[in-house]
Ligand binder design. Sequence first.
Ligand SMILES: [Zn+2]
Ligand SMILES: [Zn+2]
Length: 148
Amino acid sequence: MNTKETQRLVTKAQQLCEQRGARLTPARREVFEILAAESGAVGAYDLLDKLKAAVPNAKPPTIYRALDFLQEQGFVHKITSSNSYVLCSHFDHHHPVQMLICERCGSVQEIQSDGVYNALLKQAEDQGFHVESQTIEAHGTCSNCRAA
Ligand SMILES: [Zn+2]
Ligand SMILES: [Zn+2]
């Protein structure tokens, strides 16, 4: 993502935080900016290394607290299978999360399919299971890598 786009996202996140009475502290903002500049998912320790460039005394709890906050606000999704984090591409509303993860280049694309969401919800309900959130991770090869 280019710098202008990153700036636009940061401004949007800041406005949402103000509306919600949440505080986008400098460390949280920095982590947000790092993720906004990446096209793929970033592991917590890589994030910490990058964060140290701006916040030299950053420690693992700094990054985990920032990531918890960003996830609560819906700005960031955690990719459980690789223990990494990616910026949400439409973070102004809560939504089911479906991610296409490229195994070659690490890019992550978010899709939103109500069909997938509803099918899973229905099957879960048939089992008497109440779903609170859904995160679906699909692994494969992205169009760029397939064309290469
Ligand atoms: Zn999202
Ligand atoms: Zn790829």
